[in-house]
Design a protein. Sequence first.
Length: 549
Amino acid sequence: MSLLLVLGCWLTCLVNDPASPLDQQQGEPPVASFDVLHYDLSMNFNLPQKTFTGRVVIHVRALTSLTEMTVDAASATLVIDSVRTRGGAAAFHHASDLLSVQWSQPVAAQSEFDLTISYHGSSTYSGQYDGGGVYFISPSRLATISEPNFARTWWPCVDRPSDKATAAMTISVPESLTAVSNGVLRSVTRHSGTATYSWETDYPIATYLVSAAAAVYREYSEPYRRADGTDMKIVYYLYPEDEERGKVDFQNTKKILEFFSRRFCEYPFIREKFGFAEVDGNTTMEHQTLCSIQKDLIRGDRSSELTLLHETAHHWWGDLITPINWKHTWLSEGFATYAEALYLEEAAGKDSSRKYVERWMDAEPGTYAGSVIGKTDTAFWDAFAPRVYNKGAIVLHMLRAVVGDTIFFAIMRNYLNDPKLRYGNAATDDFIAECERTSGKNLKWFFHEWVYASADSVDRPAYEYDWTTNRNGSSFDVRVFLNQTTAGKLLFRMPMTVTLLSAKSQQTFPVVDSLASQTFSFVTVEPPTDVLIDKEHDVFKVLKRAEKR
């Protein structure tokens, strides 16, 4: 999900509505005792009434002996009609957004069984960013969005990113509409004015990435050539009035997929599809294999291309490897944000990419204050604050400078190809472990100060510098003084460069600043006319020359 789409809402909510519904601690089902393997979800949407009926079959493996289990089911939007398991009706209790199910005979550990839940519901969701669920746009359009934990508002599930499962989605809508979802379209049937679309993904998926959308769509596609020489379909679903504009805006999709596949690894869902579906509201989202793109971004001038790129990048950063919980959202959003800069570097050159990163760095000091790691797993504006996106991306930019390009991109590829993480989950420590494994360096200090450390007002070091020059025979002794004026709140250790400019030459020296006040000494053959600290802007900082007294 792109920060450009949420920043205005974030600022408004901070002023007008500081307590978003998701900023309240919610009950969570205990899932350590079972693992969801597959969801088979069937839904019939009544668009004029803004209601739905559904049935979900949850295929589960018991991790311990079980006589009960609990899943998420929003009390405000869902009414549970029945629950069946092990061939018969099961007792259940639905309250406080939790559905608890009990049965008499225990299920043995490592046994697999089905839990079938029939339900009906309604939705008043209006398509705003910090809400979610089913957005009934009109009698002919609907869309869903579930990040971070709104899947529970339209189907009972274990609504946390750590329990990924395969999924099938059967959607029934008026026959004039096309219904789209994740994965591969298995069948379309029509009966008595209703069209039923059956979609299925064989790749594990987190509940927040499951989607359904329906509208009068114009569909078109293009082939993407896989590494083995066969083709995967890139598919687009657009409202009729936006079809031609969309063809302009989406013209570089294949190029973007090819770039990320070269830079990181092959598109992770290559056996299925990649595509975009147009939706309304603030509902742009990286739904696995079929991103949702809101109508007001389809303009026919490619002005939203970086947002399209961001959502595409999530298929590596967030969809393939999903944060284990919302404290670690930067592993998704920070990485997808930095992917924007990487693509600009490829398409427009390193200067263009560097200027793009500098826009994030130019934010007012304190804008990104607080740790990049979230404080809680349930607070919406903690998990999706600007520091998660932009400072998260800046962290990667600095890491690249610390370890060098070759090692940095090896880290990214090795992380994505780690069999313990692919199609599963990761925490920040998993990424740090890969950084250290690939680089052969201890990098905990770097992540401690840039990702974990939290200060109320400090989001970067502030430096003051000055220098002196003294002749020493045929050479000159140059002393550069560097003070961290924010060291009292948070002391940073950072490698950087000092560049001495003279009338005839320039010399650049690597240094490591790690003290509140530090002096670096150099010998040159010419007196410097100027001194530059970190001239490549590899370090996130505030820098000024000390005032003369």
